[in-house]
Design a protein around this ligand. Structure first.
Ligand code: BEZ
Ligand code: FE
Length: 278
């Protein structure tokens, strides 16, 4: 047994772990201690800097409530949410890629009829979203739930403005028939800042980073026998595509937006989703 020193810090802390510790917990904690100590040594962390970090983490926790999850935002802006997502959703060629879930999904949105509008506040440029839910062989998937949500034309989700927007504005679920087809009318989404009035927003400012996400439509697609797909389609040409505050953009998720102005909608955005068997 040796007492703690700067040199043996990792081994000394990890040696304390009990023999009965769950093996996965032991693996995770010993790696965490190794990398955390390595980080402090790498930057020769000062006491003042560590005190500041403790204060930052405390403020981050204090910012959390039923409606606000500042730790997830922190994970998002550090690219950690996207990294964990990538590790856990390695997909075969041809399958639609995952991206960050975000904090604005609401479970049990109304099930709507194909072609219905989800734009309840009437703001924004109308857009027909349509395509198919397919398997890896290109066959349509019947009974897939296509759960969609987007911000409104002012850049806010309904849950951010419960006193201003109608409930379920720009949200809905659509269930595919045998042809795998889905369609709904929404708005051409607009770019918006992630909530930046807390410690994470302040950190972004200090790092010279903006809080904006490029315009996107969210999708959560589930079907019996298939892996869950959590993704977005992005609006091509958006000024924030290459600097998304949460690193969610993937080339394959940039969707076409065709100007149709056919008297019914101003835009049309076709996109097929390809699911992987479970
Ligand atoms: C979103 O796209 O809704 C989102 C994702 C991550 C952080 C904040 C918002
Ligand atoms: Fe979003």
């Amino acid at each position: 047994m040796s007492y703690f020193t700067e040199t043996n810090s990792v081994e000394t802390v990890n040696a304390r772990m009990g023999a009965q510790t769950d093996p996965r917990l032991a693996e995770i904690m010993s790696s965490l201690v190794k990398h955390l100590h390595g980080f402090a040594k790498d930057v020769s962390l000062t006491q003042e800097e560590w005190d500041f970090a403790i204060g930052f983490l405390t403020r981050t926790g204090q910012m959390c409530s039923g409606e606000r999850q500042e730790f997830i935002l922190l994970s998002d802006v550090l690219g950690f949410s996207m990294l964990v997502d990538a590790i856990n959703n390695r997909r075969p060629e041809g399958a639609t890629e995952n991206t960050v879930f975000g904090p604005f999904h609401v479970a049990d949105a109304p099930i709507r009829q194909m072609g219905d509008s989800i734009n309840l506040d009437g703001k924004g440029e109308s857009c027909l979203f349509e395509g198919r839910v397919l398997d890896l062989d290109g066959h349509p998937i019947e009974g897939a739930s296509v759960d969609v949500w987007s911000d409104n034309a002012d850049g806010y989700y309904d849950v951010q403005q419960p006193d201003i927007q109608p409930k379920w504005n720009n949200r809905g679920r659509f269930i595919t028939a045998a042809d795998g087809h889905y369609s709904f009318v929404g708005i051409k989404p607009v770019s918006y800042p992630i909530p930046d009035d807390g410690p994470v927003g302040k950190m972004l400012g200090q790092l010279g980073r903006h809080p904006y996400r490029p315009a996107h439509m969210h999708y959560l697609i589930t079907a019996p026998g298939y892996q869950k797909l959590v993704t977005h389609t992005f609006v091509g040409g958006d000024e924030y595509l290459e600097s998304d505050a949460v690193f969610g953009v993937k080339t394959t998720l940039i969707a076409p937006y065709e100007k149709v102005d056919n008297g019914e909608t101003l835009w049309r955005s076709p996109f097929d989703f390809v699911l992987v068997p479970r």
